[in-house]
Design a protein around this ligand. Structure first.
Ligand code: HEM
Length: 159
């Protein structure tokens, strides 16, 4: 069941995001849910990058060797995936071009099958859910899965 943001956290959210975020959330219900869920994720003050990559490398140990600068690139990758998913929700015009460029650039990291992109997106949603713990809701989950489905189509086109 959707719990909403606890009042104390809501105040913190307003302070930190400011008027721009508040306006955006009223403009787009889906983006509002995504933002709210990230707030639930950040409530535990945990960096999700190590959590994501621990699971990713456990599932695909061979991929570890392709990350030559993990301290820089792992965080950048998680951030880029999140930004792209959020950008899709607010119909940011840069998203299709950015994804196309990223998929092309990723060819230099070896043969990354399309299924691995899909898996990485699903894994990121699972990572968010685990990091948020009991704050995670089915509404958050559905919102991220909707965005992932859209991004998967975009990645498939560029692949
Ligand atoms: C939507 C999906 C993805 C996005 C948006 C994305 C984004 C990024 C970004 C922004 C970087 C950092 C580039 C840099 O700073 O030079 C990166 C690096 C990298 N990504 Fe991805 N990525 C995605 C999926 C994947 C998948 C599925 C793999 C599979 C193995 C992968 C493998 C890599 C590798 C090997 C690097 C280079 C790491 C290094 O040099 O240390 N990415 N990615």
């Amino acid at each position: 069941m959707h719990q909403g943001i606890p009042p104390a956290l809501r105040a913190k959210y307003r302070r930190e995001c400011g008027a721009r975020c508040a306006m955006k959330t009223t403009e787009n219900a889906l983006a509002a849910i995504l933002e709210e869920s990230l707030y639930a994720v950040s409530a535990n003050d945990e960096d999700i990058t190590p959590r994501f990559f621990e699971r990713f490398f456990a599932l695909h140990p061979g991929q570890r060797a392709n990350f030559f600068h993990p301290n820089i690139t792992c965080g950048a990758m998680v951030n880029e995936i999140l930004q792209s998913l959020l950008g899709l929700a607010t119909q940011e015009s840069w998203v299709p071009t950015s994804i196309q460029s990223l998929v092309i650039a990723h060819r230099s990291y070896g043969d990354i099958p399309l299924a691995l992109y899909d898996e990485a997106l699903d894994l990121l949603v699972e990572t968010l859910a685990l990091a948020a713990g009991e704050r995670w809701t089915t509404q958050y989950d559905a919102a991220w899965r909707t965005q992932c489905a859209e991004l998967k189509i975009m990645i498939a086109r560029a692949h």
